[in-house]
Design a protein around this ligand. Structure first.
Ligand SMILES: [Zn+2]
Ligand SMILES: [Zn+2]
Length: 262
């Protein structure tokens, strides 16, 4: 029996055509916001041609525009090291906002099945805020914090993989799944902060292909930093030259016990 190939959807055809003649396509079919399905304003589309988030949603989701420390991601006076940074294994971190309000809801929706569009929207907002500084980091590749394969299978997708793919596209870098979670760990939010480092210690393995690379590690939510620290250490052991972190949301230190991230 020959395999039937379903016709590509109109959306798929449009998205392919947009890659070739973006201005013309956007003029006739303005891109729709992935969060509210309204047309993305022509001015926004002109400024950020790949934008898939309307200005109203962008303002709501990025309302927490407070500067954050570029080393630990906590709210601070500027992106300079805040002086209260706990020791960490990464060089820098860029966070979209606090793990609170509409941003928290959007991150949680992105983790569910069929949450890919929302993740791409969050990556779009992260790129609007951080693409310029991230390009200055001269990373070679984008690597997502991995799910264990059993959890990946159960969910059908991985929020961090979708985020990493979208950020990589925006930065013109390859996305590489060099990290694997070799041990199914308990959800970090089921544990008190002091037990989280032990929960993820030794849970990751990295391909030696990372040797000499400058890595942009992507996670959706950073709470105590235990997970990205474990990933970062594994990347460095495998020979990565340095690691920087892109995160959508940061649960602030004072909140890490009260409203932990999954
Ligand atoms: Zn919208
Ligand atoms: Zn800091």
């Amino acid at each position: 029996m020959p395999t039937a190939h379903p016709l590509p959807s109109a959306r798929k055809i449009l998205s392919r055509a947009r890659a070739w003649v973006p201005e013309a396509i956007d003029l006739v079919f303005p891109p729709r916001c992935v969060f509210c399905r309204q047309d993305v304003d022509a001015d926004t589309a002109a400024e950020t041609p790949a934008s898939i988030v309307c200005e109203t949603c962008a303002e709501g989701l990025a309302a927490d525009g407070r500067p954050r420390c570029g080393r630990c991601g906590e709210p601070a006076a500027s992106i300079d090291p805040c002086g209260r940074c706990p020791p960490q294994s990464w060089q820098a971190i860029a966070v979209l906002g606090g793990y609170d309000g509409p941003l928290r809801d959007a991150v949680l929706r992105g983790k569910r099945a069929a949450g890919e569009d929302g993740c791409r929207g969050l990556a779009d907002l992260w790129l609007r805020r951080h693409a310029v500084s991230a390009r200055g980091w001269n990373c070679d590749c984008v690597v997502p914090v991995p799910l264990h394969w059993t959890r990946r299978l159960a969910r059908g997708s991985s929020a961090t993989e979708t985020l990493a793919a979208a950020m990589a596209r925006g930065l013109g870098l390859p996305a590489s799944r060099w990290l694997r979670r070799v041990r199914a760990t308990r959800m970090q939010n089921e544990l008190p902060p002091e037990d989280r480092p032990r929960n993820v210690r030794g849970a990751f393995r990295c391909s030696p292909a990372v040797r000499g690379r400058r890595v942009l590690l992507v996670d959706d939510v950073v709470t105590t930093g235990a997970t990205i620290d474990a990933c970062c250490r594994e990347l460095l052991v495998a020979g990565a030259a340095e690691v920087r972190v892109a995160a959508i949301a940061k649960a602030d230190r004072s909140d890490s016990r009260r409203s932990p991230a999954p």
